[in-house]
Design a protein around this ligand. Structure first.
Ligand SMILES: [Zn+2]
Length: 250
């Protein structure tokens, strides 16, 4: 690596430490990722541990009868929104914004029933380096705005990031938001303040349940492979003269 002259004879050159190997550098194209995503707020990279930057993708699409509803989210870390491409949206292509620590989340579309309206955006948060990381998920009355339900969750990131040893990670905000919506949908949706019976939350449109289920299956399948490898190693070891490479399939 060439030495830089910047800072020579004056202030020392500041260098970013080389990657430590815990997070292999990766790149992702958000448009390609959102073609196959199963949820809103899908992590674009598999790194969710302490100090990780977590860009997550969302794709909103208008259409006949479409209603994403609205929920409120509180987070102890900042969220940076970047609009990669949008039409018929309150957030224009190229816009960057930092959400308030408690903010409303909805479709961002001016007319959700317009099939020509859409938005592809990223929401990026940086996992806390230390201490606990907390989130809250809130639904409010569609008529008087009073709080209908609030669920809080400890989403403190794991210290160690090792997919090879632990299998696929779960972006904990997604199962927790799904849990809030399920509790609300299964309960009495009548507003205590104004008596309005509020509609069910359109959980399927957000994909959190699909993500949660597929995460569990992916993890279970990963475990089967690890167990199979351990089992075949044991069987090979019991056979005298078994070739050492027989169980070395990765
Ligand atoms: Zn109300």
């Amino acid at each position: 690596m060439a030495e830089s002259n910047i800072g020579k004879n004056s202030t020392p050159v500041r260098r970013i430490a080389a990657p430590d190997g815990a997070r292999e550098p990766l790149k992702a194209n958000i448009f390609e990722r959102m073609q196959i995503a199963n949820t809103q707020l899908v992590p674009l990279f598999p790194y969710l541990g302490r100090g990780a930057m977590v860009p997550a993708g969302a794709m909103i699409q208008g259409g006949p009868g479409v209603d994403y509803g609205q929920f409120f989210h509180s987070n102890t870390v900042d969220e940076v929104v970047l609009v990669f491409g949008a039409s018929g949206s309150f957030v224009p292509t190229g816009m960057v914004m930092i959400g308030a620590r408690t903010h409303g989340v909805n479709s961002f579309l001016k007319n959700q029933t317009d099939p020509a309206s859409f938005a592809v955006i990223s929401i990026t948060q940086r996992q806390a380096d230390a201490g606990e990381q907390l989130e809250g998920y809130i639904l409010r009355c569609t008529k008087c705005n009073d709080e209908l339900i609030k669920v809080e969750a400890d989403v403190t990131p794991p210290d160690v990031e090792n997919s090879a040893a632990d299998g696929p990670k779960v972006f904990e905000t997604l199962p927790e938001t799904a849990r809030m919506a399920e509790i609300y949908n299964d309960g009495d949706r009548t507003c205590r303040k104004c008596g309005t019976v509020n509609p069910p939350f359109p959980l399927d449109r957000w994909g959190w349940t699909a993500y949660t289920q597929q995460s569990a299956t992916a993890k279970a399948a990963w475990r089967e492979l690890v167990n199979a490898k351990a089992g075949s190693s044991k069987a090979d070891a019991a056979k005298p003269g078994a070739p050492a490479s027989a169980h070395n399939h990765g």
